[in-house]
Design a protein around this ligand. Sequence first.
Ligand code: 5GP
Ligand code: 5GP
Ligand code: 5GP
Length: 208
Amino acid sequence: GSTNTEEFDFFFFVLQWPGSYCDTKNHCCYPKSGKPAADFGIHGLWPNYNDGSYPSNCNPDNSFDKSEISDLLSSLEKGWPTLACPSGDGVKFWTHEWEKHGTCSESQLDLHDYFETALKLKNQANLLQTLKDAGIKPDDEFYDMESIKDAIKGGIGYEVGIECNHDASGNSQLYQVFICVDKSGTEFVECTTMPRGRCASKVQFPSF
Ligand code: 5GP
Ligand code: 5GP
Ligand code: 5GP
């Protein structure tokens, strides 16, 4: 809206662990293309201000147009799968993310660049492999938050924000990772603000 015309400062690139979305009391629904890979999926690429606030729904006239990203659709199905119920093909999720967040970075990235950038960042982050290399695997074990944070910092080069949720029996588990990215969407940067985490000191890394 008209109050959101100020430039943003950086992006949160947010990845979600599907095992932790699906084992809550809300459950999940696999996309129509089938069960996603056991890998972190993209939740979104969110413009943010350094003070922790963020713009949203910046331009209702800049609508999601699937035909502009037809070359990216199969990569999006793999890298940005939707897990909400009922099962979908992803278009609803991507439309929501574009309208709420993407339209707030249109000074930097058009629709095609926005989705292409997010897919590139997922590869750049290489998050699951980094954790596995540090012995942190999605095997239902509990891991120290400190060791998770250190492992990711070792791979990405910067501290990240980690958000936890609870499985159906109440265990704190690794749910989302917030990586800070410069305004152009090309490089990881030091975060100036972090999401509230709600993680226990030891958290489960559920299988998927
Ligand atoms: P939740 O309340 O589940 O943490 O967040 C709900 C939604 O608000 C998110 O999916 C996202 O669209 C938005 N949101 C939450 N926290 C942040 C944040 O720190 N920065 C931005 N840009 N959006 C956020
Ligand atoms: P945000 O939290 O980004 O504002 O909103 C996420 C929206 O996308 C919610 O309405 C949620 O139901 C929908 N959604 C669809 N698929 C997914 C998914 O795989 N993960 C998350 N977190 N939200 C999804
Ligand atoms: P949205 O309004 O934004 O549908 O969802 C709000 C929150 O509820 C999301 O941040 C997400 O964590 C959760 N949520 C929505 N749909 C589902 C679902 O199908 N399964 C699970 N586990 N959580 C969901």
